[in-house]
Design a protein around this ligand. Structure first.
Ligand SMILES: [Zn+2]
Length: 179
């Protein structure tokens, strides 16, 4: 069962919606995940930098560490609509769920790709145009980083289906040559 803990009531109405809870429930079920996740909201990225002890890129919307999700909210207009905001929250939560659930080693692009796909951010992403799926040395600063992670991840989802792909990941049944 889904267990989210929010540090202030101020934002509960903003993030709570049937869709968000429903989608998170599905993700938690998919991974058989039942740990608590703490969500904290920040207005300024310097506050997150203070906690992390290092700087973060200006485009960053959220960070996931251990079982904490830090969501940056520059202002209410930062997100075109509530749905986009929810996707950012789901994306960061998926990072935590993946980190906790997959026992074996897995490449970073996969964690990123799963976060994009399970948050449904790929729906408006032109990842199918990515033909070069060499993601071995992919880094955050690469052009089309998220599109490439998504394209590489979708290859596996298309092959196995999301349910059995995740089960195989959890059981460490897939070996990745491109770590
Ligand atoms: Zn991410």
């Amino acid at each position: 069962m889904i267990n989210l803990k929010l540090d202030s009531n101020k934002f509960i109405s903003k993030i709570y919606s049937e869709t968000l809870i429903e989608e998170l429930n599905k993700i938690f079920e998919l991974f058989n995940f039942d740990k608590s996740i703490y969500i904290k909201f920040f207005r300024d990225k310097s506050e997150i930098e203070k906690i992390l002890g290092h700087s973060v890129p200006t485009w960053i919307k959220g960070v996931a560490i251990d079982n904490y999700v830090y969501i940056l909210e520059y202002n209410d207009m930062s997100y075109k609509n509530k749905r986009e905001f929810e996707k950012v929250i789901i994306h960061e939560i998926v990072h935590i769920v993946v980190d906790f659930s997959i026992r074996g080693s897995y490449p970073q692009w996969l964690n990123e790709g799963l976060a994009v796909v399970l948050a449904k951010q790929h729906e408006n992403m032109q990842y199918t145009k990515i033909l070069d799926l060499d993601v071995k040395n992919l880094g955050y600063n690469d052009d089309f980083y998220y599109e490439k992670c998504c394209a590489a991840t979708m290859k596996y989802i298309d092959k196995y289906g999301i349910k059995s792909f995740i089960k195989k990941l959890i059981d460490d049944e897939i070996k990745f040559d491109s770590q």
